[in-house]
Design a protein around this ligand. Structure first.
Ligand SMILES: [Zn+2]
Length: 414
């Protein structure tokens, strides 16, 4: 199949005007200017016309199973208040509520150009059924906690490993997610690090999301420290350095680790993350929902950290007006562009494509349009000049014109 488009943004190479994408067996076999194709090859083209074609977007952090909580939890005063509200919202939810919610989220992502998602699964029983019900590429990270349930780290981890090894799917994989520093014991982090290293698994974990978490680990003070202490957490690991330092001490920083949020840094943390090749995932709308201090993007980028983009869940997305919010990476890109004038449209689009691929150990396979990469691409309406293509992508509202995953239509052109 040959696609022709006004502009192609391979991301891994410069933009191409009047471009062609040749797809064979679910993969890309060539990306080139249309005029470079020899005439016989031009016979079976699908001319998409005035569109920009780019790689399918990579959402490096999501909680699909919370999608139907959209608009239900108003922004809290403190992070611990939010934990209480989501815990309350979850009571009364059944397996089918979570399944429906997960699939609604998957549909929202597909219609807004995401082709790969790194999802946290609080309900691992949904797998593999929900995988089978969507064409989306899913890296599922099984959530592990254990403080309030007072379960032993060894048992929690063994249960997750057993679930992961039982799952078979042609494309999707499950991996580990110790939830966060405050919601786990250090032993769980250490054991997760060892298992993930041995099995070459990825790990996704929330790090330094809130100021309360930062105070808990850095100073052994604050509302979160007190609340968890009251609920039986042995807080003897607090007061010994920042949340990032806590993960370093427990050997859970590395090339296989996606550090979610990283909103609050102590001196030296950015370097520590970079030295350990840990990837950081920024979720702009979730960041806005909690009114965190500005995201230290420049500091992390200067240190050499690979930065990715995620939506987080709709339980941490502000509702504006009557319409419920939807999962939409374009909305995340736009908000980041508004809040951080130092981030260029090209930088932001890299975060949502090649950088996410690298974090998921899939560089060269997804997140870019190049020979031998998967034929995961999306098309957006675009009639402008080639030098405005990146800006136009960032400003795109959401719904895509057309798209494919592994050479199969997810959204056919109208
Ligand atoms: Zn999250």
């Amino acid at each position: 199949m040959i696609l022709r488009a006004r502009v192609i943004l391979p991301i891994s190479a410069p933009p191409i005007e009047d471009g062609a994408l040749i797809i064979n067996g679910g993969k890309i076999s060539r990306v080139a200017p249309f005029r470079d194709l020899r005439p016989p090859a031009r016979e079976t083209i699908l001319d998409l016309g005035d569109v920009v074609v780019l790689p399918g977007l990579i959402n490096a952090h999501c909680h699909l199973d919370y999608t139907d909580m959209a608009g239900q939890l108003s922004p809290p005063r403190a992070f611990t208040d939010w934990i209480a509200s989501i815990t309350a919202a979850k009571t009364g939810w059944s397996y089918s509520d979570y399944a429906r919610s997960w699939l609604t989220g998957a549909r929202q992502l597909l219609s807004t150009g995401v082709t790969t998602v790194a999802d946290i699964e609080a309900m691992p029983d949904l797998l593999p059924d929900v995988w089978m019900a969507t064409p989306l590429r899913v890296f599922s990270f099984l959530e592990m906690t254990g403080i309030l349930s007072r379960r032993k780290p060894r048992e929690i981890l063994a249960e997750a490993v057993e679930k992961i090894t039982s799952l078979k799917h042609p494309r999707n994989r499950a991996m580990l997610s110790p939830h966060a520093a405050y919601s786990t014991l250090p032993e769980l982090l250490r054991q997760t690090a060892a298992v993930a290293r041995r099995r070459r698994w990825l790990v996704s974990t929330h790090i330094a999301e809130s100021e309360q978490e930062f105070d808990m680990f850095q100073h052994a003070t604050g509302a979160m420290h007190q609340w968890l202490g009251r609920n039986g957490r042995d807080n003897s690991d607090c007061g010994r350095g920042s949340p990032v330092a806590h993960f370093a001490r427990n050997k859970l920083l590395g090339e296989n680790v996606l550090a979610i949020h990283v909103n609050y840094l102590a001196r030296g943390d950015a370097t520590l993350l970079a030295k350990n090749r840990t990837h950081v995932v920024h979720c702009p709308r979730s960041h806005d929902y909690f009114k965190h201090t500005p995201f230290p993007r420049q500091r992390l980028a200067n240190a050499g950290v690979n930065l990715c983009l995620g939506t987080d869940s709709l339980a941490t997305t502000r509702q504006s007006g009557k319409e419920k919010p939807q999962l939409n990476i374009f909305a995340e890109m736009r908000l980041l562009a508004d809040r951080d004038i130092g981030a260029s449209p090209a930088d932001i689009l890299q975060m949502a494509t090649v950088n996410g691929a690298r974090a998921l150990g899939s560089a060269g396979q997804i997140g870019q349009l190049s020979k031998n990469a998967a034929a995961d691409w999306i098309a957006l309406p675009f009639a402008g000049k080639i030098n405005k293509a990146f800006e136009s992508v960032i400003q795109h509202p959401g719904r895509i014109h057309a798209g494919m995953i592994a050479g199969k239509w997810t959204i056919s052109p109208p």
